[in-house]
Design a protein around this ligand. Structure first.
Ligand SMILES: [Fe+2]
Length: 381
């Protein structure tokens, strides 16, 4: 029997291995502008397909020797598109669950870290742009900002020969459901969160200048364990009050939603306009502290605002490059605050509910993607 559909896991694996495939997005242009599958083609045929117009895809030129995967929002109209294409001899498959299901697709890239015992893998939730990290050393892994199904981290760690022993978040997230608590419970790893009173479940608090050892459990009181990489918490309030960056061996900075490669964290979520202004001031001082780090410090952010290609190229930049890229980082405090507050993007959908679930450490009944769909909106560019 000829297949008529493809699931997200299979399409993800094809793209990851570089298997030839044409992804044809048939959604409305405004929906495509929100987020899309990297490398996909677009045809504005949604309305025509919904009315079963037989000419809806007539002008789309597609290769006959490569499978075509049709994509819509939830996988219904794309099935009509795939059927029409098969009718003219194209090997067409409809993506089951559409972009909603694609929300959990991922890829990864190793981040080269010169002169360090640690290896760092960037695990990317491609549709939403969430970036999480595994830091591996001496057979163990520490996971930062788990945003994907816990099985993904287990799979990546296992492939590297690591056991996950520490899990941590940079802050209480508002745009996606943190999987850190679940990952820690599944692996028996210690769960670390920035010191705060928002979260109602047990965790080990990280405070400013606390140092964790990677490859030996727990925080170090007496300096470096022989050869073990060290991770230092830097409290950087602004995006949220508890936001904390993690500095690996004084040369790699995991910035969460405080500093991105082309923007800074928005200070307004879950805040009155007065609080947002106070947080923007705090963000200014936090960023100045980060800018005092050596210019060659490698920045590894918690998000990107565009879909992440299956290219195994890490999303990172030196602090010097980020400083040049983001004009707000060169502004004096007053101008910075006014500029940030004037450029706040629309609030992410469902963020109140997502914050509430992250504070109680629970996942919703049903499909988490119902709450999380759409691109990330944590940045001010
Ligand atoms: Fe955030």
């Amino acid at each position: 029997m000829t297949e008529t559909t493809i699931d997200v896991g299979t399409l993800r694996a094809w793209l990851d291995r570089g298997r030839p495939v044409t992804v044809l997005d048939i959604r409305r242009p405004d929906e495509r502008a929100e987020w899309s599958i990297p490398g996909s083609l677009h045809v504005d045929a949604y309305e025509a397909l919904k009315t079963h117009d037989p000419d809806a895809l007539r002008h789309v030129d597609l290769p006959m020797d490569v499978p075509v995967v049709t994509v819509c929002g939830a996988g219904k109209t794309s099935a009509i598109a795939a059927e029409q294409l098969r009718g003219r001899g194209v090997q067409a498959l409809s993506l089951t669950g559409g972009m909603k299901a694609w929300s959990l697709a991922w890829n990864s890239a190793e981040v080269p870290i010169p002169r360090s015992e640690a290896r760092v893998i960037q695990a990317r939730r491609t549709g939403k742009g969430c970036l999480s990290y595994l830091i591996g050393a001496h057979g163990t892994a520490t996971v930062i900002d788990a945003a994907l199904d816990p099985q993904v981290y287990l799979e990546v760690a296992q492939a590297c020969g690591w056991t996950i022993t520490q899990v941590m978040d940079t802050h209480v997230h508002a745009d996606h459901l943190s999987r850190s608590r679940m990952l820690a419970a599944l692996t028996g790893a210690t769960l670390y969160l920035p010191d705060q009173r928002r979260v109602s479940y047990p965790f080990t608090a990280i405070r400013d200048q606390d140092v964790l050892t990677i490859g030996a459990s727990g925080r170090t009181q007496h300096g470096r364990t022989q050869g073990s990489p060290l991770l230092t918490g830097l409290h950087t309030p602004g995006h949220t009050l508890e936001s904390t960056c993690y500095l690996l061996d004084d040369r790699v900075l995991f910035t969460g939603d405080t500093l991105f490669l082309a923007g800074v964290g928005r200070p307004d979520l879950d805040a009155s306009s007065e609080e947002a202004r106070a947080r923007a001031h705090a963000l200014y001082h936090s960023l100045q502290r980060l800018l005092d780090l050596p210019p060659e410090t490698l920045i590894l952010p918690g998000h990107t605002s565009t879909p992440i290609a299956f290219d195994h190229v890490p999303l990172s930049a030196t602090l010097a490059a980020v400083r040049t890229q983001i004009s707000a980082l060169q502004m004096p405090e007053h101008t910075f605050v006014e500029t940030i507050l004037s450029r706040i993007p629309p609030t992410p959908p469902n963020y109140h509910r997502i914050v509430e679930l992250n504070e109680t450490g629970t996942l919703p009944d049903g499909d988490p993607a119902d709450l999380e769909a759409g691109a990330n909106r944590c940045a001010v560019a």
